[in-house]
Write a protein that binds this ligand. Structure first.
Ligand code: ADQ
Length: 423
């Protein structure tokens, strides 16, 4: 197996022979009530995006134009977003986004069981597109990555499967597949979500984690999936079954994220986030409102595509005593109106209305939310469509917040429509 010697002229040829499969069927239960009505990939992010937009934009920007999205859990919101926002690929040019909800195609006994089964159940569709390489992605991470570099690495190394990887602190590695590699980046051991994660040589605080991003030779993947289905002991999962099997065959290559991440410049670490908890979701959104966010959304060479409603621009108006609506270090999206209130270090998604005399700090407010007069809100995530009654105070009385809403150990309060209705 070789080290990477990237040839940009090869990229286009390889991505044309590649199909991407985005796994978007998981619930993401650590996001608590934010995923009560939608799958994690459909959760809103960064003022106007959904989480899945990042993986899909990476595909487009990498030159992959044949994309299937596999859905299962609470997929309505996700499917609607994809239909409205991602229908611009040109079928006549052999470009598409195919939606693959669980539909018991193989037999009528099971919905998708594990991630490998979700792919297996669509194997006839995959084969019909005749790809040479298949890139399997999770639809629930925020990052910018040029998959064409990873595909080229895969092809140059003659591996059967290439696994994207990143170094993470050992204590976080219990949530990932963890690998050991040799000098040629061949994966020599792989263990899924170990209780005591192995660390990298020479540094016992860091482990090498799988990002859940895989490039396969298509025929090899079909063979693996067929064999896996026949194994009664398998959970039909990539991390638990397929990747360890490939490693045991000596055919897995590790591809460090640093080789193909889209550079942020100025020495900042490559950005890859699993915004899988309320705390992480809140922090990653607020980062975008800071002066120098870790994630650059302003890069014209790597745009993040999404569905956007046609909305009027945001507006700031004074209250009836003449105090103006002001915002600092805050993202304000289309359709928002802030009247006579002060908003700081926050992200307001589309169509948020803030009435007079409110103080809002460190808030992530999802679309179509209405905030009545005299509210004081801090360290909150407010779900789509909430109506916050006038005079509501959140973020000052931990016990009261925890009683009325969901409060994390770090003091971030999640408010949903249902919680407000139950008050
Ligand atoms: P997990 O984080 O546990 O581990 P998993 O639950 O397998 O991820 O989900 C991976 C992706 O598949 C997610 O995008 C999810 O939405 C989707 N998904 C889950 N179940 C599905 C189903 N039944 N149908 C369709 N889609 C489904 C994996 C790997 C680890 C790796 C981490 C990186 O197993 O080895 O370290 O991802 O985050």
């Amino acid at each position: 197996m070789s080290n990477l010697n990237f040839d940009p002229s090869l990229s286009h040829q390889l991505t044309k022979r590649t199909m991407a499969l985005v796994l978007a069927g998981g619930r993401g239960s650590r996001l608590k009530q934010l995923t009560d009505v939608r799958a994690k990939p459909a959760v809103y992010f960064g003022g106007k995006f959904r989480i899945i937009d990042f993986a899909l934009s990476n595909c487009l920007n990498s030159g992959i134009r044949k994309i299937s999205v596999v859905t299962q859990y609470k997929s309505h919101s996700l499917l609607r977003h994809l239909q409205r926002g991602w229908g611009f690929l040109r079928g006549e040019l052999n470009e598409f986004i195919d939606l693959l909800p669980a539909q018991q195609r193989v037999n009528e006994e099971h919905w998708y069981r594990g991630t490998a089964d979700a792919v297996y159940q669509n194997i006839d569709i995959l084969k019909s597109y005749n790809p040479e390489y298949i890139v399997i992605l999770a639809g629930d991470h925020i990052y910018k990555m040029d998959y064409s570099i990873m595909i080229q690495d895969h092809v140059a190394s003659c591996a059967g499967c290439t696994v994207g990887c990143i170094e993470v602190p050992k204590e976080e590695a219990t949530a990932f597949g963890v690998m050991a590699i040799d000098d040629t980046r061949k994966i020599t051991a792989f263990v899924e979500k170990p209780a005591n994660p192995p660390t990298v040589p020479g540094n016992d605080t860091v482990s090498l984690a799988s990002m859940g991003i895989y490039v396969f030779n298509a025929n090899y993947l079909y063979k693996l999936l067929e064999e896996d289905l026949a194994n009664p002991d398998s959970e039909h999962d990539f991390g638990k079954n397929i990747i360890p099997h490939v490693v045991s065959e000596g055919k897995a290559l590790a591809h460090p994220f640093g080789l193909s991440c889209v550079p942020r410049g100025d020495g900042i670490e490559p950005y890859w986030r699993d915004v899988g908890t309320v705390d992480a979701f809140w922090a990653a959104n607020l980062d975008l409102a800071s002066n120098w966010p870790e994630l650059n959304l302003y890069d014209k060479d790597w745009p993040i595509w999404t569905h956007q409603e046609q909305l009027p621009p945001a507006k700031f108006v004074p209250d009836d005593k003449g105090t103006n609506g002001v915002a600092s270090n805050t993202i304000i999206s289309g359709g928002c109106i802030i009247s006579g209130s002060n908003v700081s270090h926050s992200v307001l998604f589309s169509n948020v209305r803030v009435k007079s005399f409110c103080t809002i700090k460190q808030a992530v407010i999802l679309p179509n939310t209405y905030i009545g007069e005299n509210c004081k809100l801090s360290k909150v995530v407010i779900d789509r469509g909430c109506v916050i009654p006038a005079g509501t105070i959140i973020g000052e009385d931990a016990e009261l917040d925890a009683k009325r809403f969901y409060r994390t150990e770090n003091g971030i309060v999640l408010v949903t429509k249902q919680m407000l209705a139950d008050l």
